[in-house]
Design a protein around this ligand. Structure first.
Ligand SMILES: [Zn+2]
Length: 192
């Protein structure tokens, strides 16, 4: 039976996932980044690691059939379908300190760090999620540029779960840069 979750702009939600289920993350209006984090249901000290995923896949990109790994080098997801092809594995969740650093407006700014921590009922010190639909490029000197996402209204990526997990997804709150096309919009998640 399929379950559907609507994540309003600038909010987050946690969802329990069983091994073998398929999780579809849909950019409802287009141009919206999904901060996607996960932890092992049985052990919250095992969690999604973009660094380990980069290590194991020998790539800073996500491609179809790639595996997404935990900090303990265990497969958590496989990418089984992707309509966008540009996702970021480098940036941490936005958080008040980030908004202060770049825009001096961190106080009371909605942010993915708090939205994911609250949805999980946790106080993680840093969250480095998959930034689904986030479009970043790197030049020869290592300069990273954030572009408007390539995702259009209804664009989706589908992940298959490799263990029982709790996932937490936030519709990124940045409106000050091209990250989300200088606006904020909702996401839809389906699980089946
Ligand atoms: Zn964010």
């Amino acid at each position: 039976m399929e379950k559907e979750y609507l994540i309003a702009a600038c909010t987050g939600q946690a969802i329990d996932i069983k091994k073998g289920q398929q999780i579809t993350i849909i950019d409802v209006e287009g141009g919206q980044v999904a901060d996607f984090f996960a932890e092992n249901t049985a052990d919250q000290n095992e969690f999604l690691s973009t660094a380990v995923t980069i290590d194991c896949n020998e790539s800073i990109r996500l491609n179809i059939n790639d595996t997404i790994y935990s900090n303990l080098y265990t497969p958590m997801f496989t990418v089984i379908y992707d309509e966008v092809g540009q996702h970021d594995l480098l940036f941490p969740c936005c958080r008040p300190e980030m908004y202060d650093f770049f825009y001096q407006n961190g106080a009371n700014h909605p942010n993915c760090f708090d939205n994911i921590n609250k949805s999980l009922g946790e106080n993680r010190l840093i969250i480095q999620p998959l930034n689904l639909f986030m479009y970043t490029t790197i030049d020869d000197k290592g300069k990273i540029t954030i572009h408007k996402p390539l995702s259009k209204a209804g664009s989706k990526i589908i992940l298959e779960a490799k263990m029982d997990m709790k996932i937490a997804v936030a519709a990124c709150s940045v409106s000050e840069a091209d990250t989300n096309g200088r606006k904020n919009s909702p996401l839809k998640i389906t699980v089946n």
